[in-house]
Design a protein around this ligand. Structure first.
Ligand SMILES: Cc1cc2nc3c(=O)[nH]c(=O)nc-3n(C[C@H](O)[C@H](O)[C@H](O)COP(=O)(O)OP(=O)(O)OC[C@H]3O[C@@H](n4cnc5c(N)ncnc54)[C@H](O)[C@@H]3O)c2cc1C
Length: 502
């Protein structure tokens, strides 16, 4: 019905798909062929435009991130409203969820209800998996908004629908989580295997690590070449979390599991993102991610990305250290940049004092990496330290950060200046306006950027805690959700107007 009411939808999404596929191949070839030769020229040019924003000190004061993006937009931006490619059903569902998220009087009871389902031990009536009415209601609304599917087939179909809209692919995580209870010193898996005494199990084989490995192997069944597997490593249970707490590598069983996943991903053209978590575990996670990069990230290609949280004061120096490791050992640093999701539970003194400082930190890191001048590498001052091979992943719902990064990348490639490959990601069901706006920012060859939707799959029982977190995140991002709501309302009105003007 949507397609017949809005014939332009199908046309635009197919065009987008074809163009982005052609362009992507061209981009990969161009980058491989030209990046090395043009480094020195680019570094000189860049250095005159930004001087001191790439300091690798522990507490860089980001008074204001220099905007090195061109003031005139050199990209080809479509004149179609960004949300015009959204299928009608998706638009109406987003409008409903966004309306609820933007009104406290609607959101508070919805959150209470979701929270009740998350914590309910009911066997039938309030069991989201077994009660068909509750299951159906949640499935057609919040589940379909934020998750891909309850089975491999459903997930594959949803991934294909996202690709048909022009997205390069998905970043997929398996929803089943293993929580470590600090009081009982036990891990609790949701759904499948029974709680177990991990210490005893670790002697023979750690059941949580095995469950984690199987979950990720199953997730790999849902995705294909060009997609990304996201791994939350502390989900593998107590022995892994304990190792990370001391800044160590995880047990051999976990490293073997990660190397197995890496080998499969490399063979299948899938990338892996290691998610950033609480600082309590992060040193060990970083070490693990670097080991994986050392093994898999060769020939200028990042199979593995580590995640860096720009809200932490120390992040520039951590990135500088990892750049040094990449330069020394000759691997590509896969650098996924987020602002950070643990502000409520993290030691506050580790985080920038204001949100503006976090924004400036985020934008400075992106600009430094895209201009290949950061952390004592690249730039005129550091000619002895050429910038190592890096691939950047801008994971953010912040419109300004995302579009700034895209514009700077276009400007540099257009001027023949060196840069690094870049990709973008937003969570499924969130900031679609940002995602579709990015897809419209085509370069001079008509090539759209690589934009991914990050999602989760699993049965309702397994996803319900994830859904609650998304709802809470939407509640806390008041400004962003009201902007999203405005964009969704405008698009709905535009379609209604065009329907009645016929
Ligand atoms: C694809 C994808 C993958 C992600 N993976 C991870 C991950 O692995 N690990 C992780 O931690 N997060 C991850 N995130 C979550 C991400 O960190 C949050 O979505 C993000 O922090 C929201 O910021 P934003 O960039 O969208 O911009 P905005 O919404 O503009 O910024 C909000 C952010 O600013 C920061 N902030 C807010 N108030 C303050 C303050 N007073 N002082 C200092 N800083 C403040 C917080 O980080 C807050 O989340 C991911 C997000 C995406 C889209």
């Amino acid at each position: 019905m949507a397609a017949s009411m809005f014939p332009e939808l199908r046309r635009v999404s197919l065009q987008g798909l074809v163009l982005s596929n052609i362009g992507r191949r061209k981009h990969d070839l161009e980058f491989r062929g030209s990046s090395k030769q043009s480094v020195s020229k680019g570094v000189r040019t860049v250095h005159t435009t930004r001087k001191s924003s790439t300091t690798a000190s522990n507490d860089v004061a980001f008074k204001s991130a220099p905007d090195v993006t061109p003031k005139t937009n050199s990209s080809r931006v479509s004149t179609q409203p960004p949300l015009s490619v959204m299928p009608m059903g998706m638009l109406l569902r987003s409008l409903m969820i966004s309306t609820i998220s933007s009104h406290r009087s609607l959101l508070s009871p919805s959150l209470r209800l979701l929270s009740f389902f998350v914590h309910s031990s009911s066997k039938y009536i309030f069991n989201v998996q077994r009660n068909p009415i509750v299951h159906g209601l949640l499935k057609t609304t919040i589940y379909n908004q934020f998750c891909t599917g309850e089975s491999v087939q459903e997930t594959k179909a949803c991934v294909q629908r996202l690709k048909d809209l022009g997205f390069k692919g998905v970043i997929l995580t398996y929803a089943k989580e293993i929580h470590y209870d600090h009081k009982s010193k036990k891990s609790h898996g949701m759904g499948t295997h029974a709680d177990c005494d991990v210490k005893a199990a670790a002697v023979v084989t750690d059941a949580d690590i095995e469950a984690w490995r199987l979950g990720n192997l199953k997730t790999l069944e849902c995705i294909a070449e060009g997609d990304i597997l996201a791994v939350k490593t502390t989900g593998a249970g107590q022995s892994v979390a304990e190792a990370f707490t001391t800044g160590s590598l995880p047990p051999k069983q976990m490293l073997d599991a990660l190397f197995e996943l890496g080998t499969i991903c490399k063979q299948r053209g899938i990338q892996i993102i290691v998610d950033a978590e609480s600082q309590h575990f992060q040193e060990g996670i970083d070490r693990t991610a670097i080991e994986l990069m050392r093994k898999f990230n060769h020939d200028g290609k990042a199979i593995v990305y580590n995640t860096y949280q720009a809200y932490l004061k120390k992040t520039p120096s951590v990135i500088a250290e990892h750049l040094a490791e990449a330069a020394r050992d000759g691997f590509t640093l896969g650098l996924k940049l987020v602002r950070g999701a643990y502000i409520l539970s993290e030691d506050r003194s580790l985080i920038h004092d204001t949100i503006e400082n976090t924004h400036n930190a985020y934008n400075s890191i992106v600009a430094g990496v895209l201009t290949r001048s950061f952390g004592g590498f690249g730039g005129e001052e550091h000619q002895k330290n050429p910038f190592p091979s890096v691939q950047l992943f801008v994971a953010s719902h912040n419109r300004e950060s995302a579009l700034r990064a895209r514009r700077l990348h276009i400007q540099r490639t257009k001027s023949g200046l060196p840069t690094v490959p870049i990709a973008f990601g937003q969570l499924q069901g969130m900031s679609d306006e940002v995602s579709f706006s990015l897809l419209q920012q085509k370069d001079e060859f008509g090539e759209a950027p690589e934009v991914y939707k990050c999602s989760t799959w699993g049965i309702m029982n397994e996803c319900i805690a994830y859904l609650l977190r998304r709802a809470v995140e939407n509640r806390d991002a008041v400004l962003r959700t009201s902007d999203e709501l405005k964009a969704l309302k405008l698009e709905t009105k535009r379609r209604l107007r065009s329907l009645f003007s016929r």
